[in-house]
Design a protein around this ligand. Structure first.
Ligand SMILES: [Fe+2]
Length: 138
């Protein structure tokens, strides 16, 4: 398999098995996506547009899972966290529309943006809800 953009690290674990499994899958999907975009040219565009929809769907499902848990846990920063999710989905949607119009797009930067956002969000924002979510399992 081609290059990985980022290898999964257990530093990203938030301690909830469902969320951790989804985060791992997000990193795997983004790496796979990254490898596909290295083809370049028209193939990369076709690949990109076919694959991004599935990735976005997975991201949205994951955000719903997190939001459900945060709501159950009465997480005090729920609104701000949900807003981060919504802003991210809006930005990704905007980028997809941009790539649909481009003849010869180079999505590599965009995939880097996706990965960086996901990892930063997991490491910063998701870690903050960790102690609240942990209480649900007791
Ligand atoms: Fe989140």
């Amino acid at each position: 398999m081609a290059d990985e953009l980022v290898a999964w690290s257990d530093d990203f674990l938030v301690g909830n098995s469902v969320i951790d499994r989804q985060h791992k899958e997000l990193v795997r999907l983004t790496n796979e996506f990254w490898a596909g975009c290295q083809m370049g040219g028209v193939m990369a565009k076709v690949y990109f547009l076919q694959t991004i929809q599935g990735t976005v769907l997975y991201v949205k499902t994951h955000f719903s899972t997190e939001e459900e848990l945060m709501r159950k846990a009465n997480y005090p920063d729920f609104d701000a966290h949900k807003k981060q999710h919504e802003d991210f989905v809006a930005e990704v949607t905007r980028q997809i529309q941009f790539f649909e119009k481009e003849d010869n797009p180079n999505p590599s930067k965009f995939v880097e943006y996706l990965m960086n956002w996901i990892l930063k969000h997991v490491a910063d924002s998701d870690k903050k809800y960790m102690p609240y979510i942990a209480k649900l399992e007791q």
